[in-house]
Design a protein around this ligand. Structure first.
Ligand code: PEP
Length: 250
C-alpha cells in the first residue's frame, strides 16, 4: 500500500529513570490526542515492562533499541525478538550508527538482526547513514546503498515489513540537521533501490529521517515526498517538542 501513516519514533537512547519515564509518557498521553501518524517509543530494555504498562490503551506503541540476531540460548546480555514480543514490543531499532560505531555491528549483523525481528513480528527500523568524512569524500550514495542492500538481499521475501531510517551520522546529536533537500535526495535514492528490489512494495515502505530533527525543523523535513516519518533522539525526551513533531506528521 502507498497510504501507510507516517511514523514518528522516539529513540530515548540510554536515558530515563522510572520517575522520569512516568512523567514523560503521562505528558505524551495527555497531549497526543488522536494522532494522524503512528508513534513509537524506543526505550532502554530495563524499562520495557514499565513503558508497556504506561502506554497500554494509548496510541503510543512500544519499541526497543536493539534486538538479538539469535532466538535464545547462550548469548549473555542479549534480548531476543521473542522476549521483546512478550512485552508487547512492535518496533526495534536495528543498526543504529551508535551500535555500528561503538559495538562493532556490521552490515551482516544488521541483516541477521533484521531477519530475527521479522520472523517474530517485530518491525525493524533499519538505520543507514554516512559519516561526515564519507559525505565529504562523495561516498554517501555508495555507503547508504551498501547498508540497505545488506538487508534487502537477506530479506527479499519480506522487505515490505521493514522501516528504513536515513540517519546521517554527522547530524545525530549534533544540532546539525540535513537540509530537507539533502535528506530528500538520499531518501529518493533509497526509494529507487527499494523499488528495484521489491517494486510492488517500495512505495509503502516508510523511510524515516533522523538526525537533530526537532519541533522547529520537523514540518519542512516531513513535507518532502520521500520522507515518511522521523527517528528522533534528543527531542523525544521533551514532551512538548516530541508532541510538536507528532503534530507535524500528517
Ligand atoms: C538518533 O539517535 O536516532 C537521533 C536521530 O538522535 P538526535 O535526534 O538526537 O540527533
Amino acid at each position: 500500500t502507498t497510504h501507510k501513516n507516517k511514523l514518528i519514533a522516539g529513540n530515548w537512547k540510554m536515558n530515563g529513570s522510572l520517575s522520569a519515564n512516568t512523567a514523560l509518557v503521562e505528558a505524551l498521553k495527555q497531549g497526543v490526542g488522536n494522532p494522524a501518524c503512528d508513534v513509537a517509543l524506543c526505550v532502554p530494555a530495563p524499562y520495557l515492562a514499565q513503558v508497556q504498562a504506561l502506554v497500554a490503551g494509548s496510541p503510543l506503541a512500544l519499541g526497543a533499541q536493539d534486538v538479538s540476531a539469535h532466538a535464545q540460548g547462550a548469548y549473555t546480555g542479549e534480548q531476543s525478538s521473542v522476549m521483546l514480543r512478550d512485552f508487547g514490543v512492535h518496533y526495534a531499532i536495528v543498526g543504529h550508527s551508535e551500535r555500528r560505531q561503538y559495538h562493532g555491528e556490521t552490515d551482516e549483523t544488521v541483516a541477521a538482526k533484521t531477519a530475527a525481528a521479522l520472523v517474530n513480528g517485530i518491525t525493524p527500523i533499519v538505520c543507514v547513514g554516512e559519516t561526515l568524512a564519507q559525505r565529504e569524500a562523495g561516498q554517501t550514495e555508495e555507503v547508504v546503498k551498501r547498508q540497505l542492500a545488506a538487508v534487502i538481499h537477506v530479506n527479499g521475501h519480506c522487505i515490505s515489513e521493514i522501516v528504513v531510517a536515513y540517519e546521517p551520522v554527522w547530524a545525530i546529536g549534533t544540532g546539525r540537521t540535513a537540509t530537507p533537500e539533502q535528506a530528500q535526495t538520499v531518501h529518493a535514492l533509497l526509494r529507487a533501490q527499494l523499488h528495484h528490489a521489491a517494486s510492488e512494495h517500495a512505495a509503502g515502505i516508510r523511510i524515516l529521517y533522523g538526525g537533530s530533527m526537532n519541533a522547529a525543523n520537523a514540518a519542512e523535513l516531513l513535507a518532502q515526498p520521500d520522507i515518511n516519518g522521523g527517528l528522533i533522539g534528543g527531542a523525544s525526551l521533551k514532551a512538548p517538542d516530541f508532541l510538536q513533531i507528532i503534530a507535524a506528521a500528517r
